[in-house]
Design a protein around this ligand. Structure first.
Ligand SMILES: [Cu+2]
Length: 121
């Protein structure tokens, strides 16, 4: 009987953790508190992580992309709506800076296989 109780509690904790993770993935990660621009660090390895970030409109953002892989696919990051295309040398953080308006900004690799978005409110 006690074992069943323990299993139930572990199950509930596990579900809660999964729910937290999923919620964060959907709504996006907030900027770091740096005092200046709204700053984000995005790792480029297989995917953009985090792939959804959120910011406030009318305030500058700085998104630091750090590519940790050699595949050519992720070599460039593209913000189509802003005409921004940046080379991401492996192991070297590259910042993309702009001041967003309300809405969504997609960022992708050249071929659109890696996908991320900035949600601005
Ligand atoms: Cu690609």
């Amino acid at each position: 009987m006690q074992i069943i109780g323990v299993i139930l509690i572990l199950l509930i904790i596990g579900l809660f953790a999964a729910w937290l993770y999923w919620t964060k993935k959907q709504t996006g990660v907030s900027a770091k508190e740096t005092g200046g621009a709204q700053e984000f660090d995005i790792k480029v390895k297989g995917v953009y992580s985090p792939s959804v970030i959120k910011a406030k409109a009318g305030q500058p953002v700085r998104i630091n992309f750090l590519r940790e892989e050699d595949t050519e696919c992720s070599r460039f990051v593209v913000f189509d709506a802003l005409n921004i295309r940046k080379d991401l040398p492996r192991g070297q953080a590259v910042a993309v800076e702009f001041t967003p308006q309300k809405g969504e900004y997609k960022f992708t690799c050249d071929m659109g296989m890696y996908q991320g978005r900035l949600v601005v409110k």
